[in-house]
Design a binder for this molecule. Sequence first.
Ligand code: SF4
Length: 217
Amino acid sequence: MRDEDDYLQINGIQHYAFCPRQWALMENENQWVENVHTVEGHILHDRAHDNKLKETRGEVIIQRNLNIISNTLGIVGKTDVVEFRRNSNGICLNGMEGKFIPYVVEYKKGKPKTDNSDILQLVAQVVCLEEMLCCKIEKSAIFYWEIRSRVEVDISINIRNELIKLIDEMNSLKKRRHTPIVRMKSRCNACSFKDICLPELSKIESATEYINRRLSE
Ligand code: SF4
């Protein structure tokens, strides 16, 4: 039986998917960095969370800042926005007439990424809601501020499996309190942790590499 104190935070999933070392610096070494990008991201999330927690627009009930959990995956967190859309194949909601299907909307400051990091965080929220509400969610979306529009995401079996694999890896690192070594890539240039991580030091050769190089000269 998993201890709830050991549950992974959903907002860490995006960090791990971007770079496992970045997530481990936060998780294992309590490092956190604020820069202009992270602060702008907080402001955007605050806006998503700040309005009335619940409102109705036409056929859609909008709920903000929901606490969510999956005991199956051992993850916990909050949503930005969940739209409950009227649908005869959906679920009943307390005090509401009719049936609804949840549609999660996650807010991001930037633009769509080439990796799956944002999508995996969205899927984690979907899986939590499915487990809590006993329903199936096939689509949800990420709103990107830079392009001022939503990108709809199919919650496919492949992306669900990718999430399960990633959570296994995160739990393994967390259990061992292991912080992976630097693997310098182009992503390091945009990383808010680069002043703590110092990825450029990885370019410096080790003592063994130095000796081997000198012996071969
Ligand atoms: S600087 Fe590079 S290696 Fe270091 S945490 Fe950021 S992305 Fe990861």
